[in-house]
Design a protein around this ligand. Structure first.
Ligand code: MF3
Ligand code: CO
Ligand code: CO
Length: 272
């Protein structure tokens, strides 16, 4: 028995066992498969409520559980964040318009394990500057993931994301972060999407967490609307986000929420 596993680090981060990776992979796969199904449904005239209803039904059909319904009073199976909404957009009756970009964030619980992932979608034609924002945000997430290996620090992840985004003259949101997860939705550490190399906790094999950078075309500041959930850019600039759940392995990391169909770009998986 490896007594370094199944423990909590001095930073409060759980070190999971080898067998736990399979639980996370199963949960992550379900969340990613649901996101794979949504592309063809996103179009001008569709409401975000209709997209969330589809997700609710799909979660039920698969016999899994939504992590967000009932979480801190939240009532939906997804967060859908359109245009200048940074995160935690509440699905509603407003119709999508041509050129809208949206993040859809789904978290499911499968056999007690949490799979948390989000991607960008587009209604109709993707405007050029939105496409660039989305591409930079996805690349930023992957650069953060490339920094995940034992011995690196959480600061290295944040630094990789921040330097890449700022070199593209876009900004990283500071007010929301990734998080540890596993048999719980949100656990230590806070995974910042900015930072300095070699700072914050050191990564160890068996840590599970999300990386979920939010990138704005304008300034990084956000505010939360009166509904207490919807976070928007203060300057009304467009915002994008991608999220993966990952686990640290001996040599790097396993991404639990990769698209089984290889769909990650918003123009993949759309109706013909
Ligand atoms: N899935 C979000 C995250 O990435 C959390 C959503 S909580 C909700 O952490 F209540 F807003 F759904
Ligand atoms: Co998350
Ligand atoms: Co999420």
């Amino acid at each position: 028995m490896d007594e370094t596993r199944g423990r909590i680090t001095r930073d409060g981060i759980r070190i999971h066992e080898d067998a736990d990776f399979a639980g996370m992979a199963a949960a992550g796969r379900v969340a990613a498969e649901i996101l794979d199904m949504i592309g063809p449904l996103v179009a001008p005239g569709v409401t975000t409520e209709a997209l969330d209803d589809f997700i609710t039904q799909e979660v039920a059909r698969r016999g899994v559980v939504s992590a967000t319904i009932g979480y801190k009073g939240y009532r939906h199976a997804s967060c859908i964040s359109v245009n200048h909404v940074v995160c935690h957009g509440i699905p509603g009756p407003k119709m999508l318009k041509d050129g809208d970009i949206l993040n859809i964030d789904v978290t499911v619980i499968v056999d007690g394990w949490f799979g948390d992932t989000s991607r960008m979608y587009v209604a109709g034609d993707l405007p050029r500057k939105s496409e660039r924002l989305i591409q930079v945000t996805h690349d930023a997430l992957m650069k953060g993931i490339e920094a995940v290996r034992p011995g690196n620090s959480f600061g290295d992840i944040g630094h990789a994301i921040q330097t890449y985004v700022e070199a593209q003259r876009m900004s990283v949101v500071r007010d929301f972060c990734g998080h540890g997860l596993g048999r719980v939705f949100h656990a230590p550490p806070n995974v910042l999407h900015y930072g300095r190399p070699g700072t914050a906790a050191v990564l160890e094999e068996g840590m599970f967490f999300t990386i979920e950078p939010m990138v704005n075309l304008g300034r990084p500041e956000t505010k939360v609307l009166a509904d207490d959930w919807t976070a928007v850019t203060r300057d009304k600039s467009l915002s994008a986000q991608f999220e993966h759940s990952v686990g640290v392995t001996a040599t790097g990391c396993e991404i639990f929420t990769l698209s089984p169909a290889g769909l990650f770009h918003p123009t993949c998986g759309r109706a013909a």
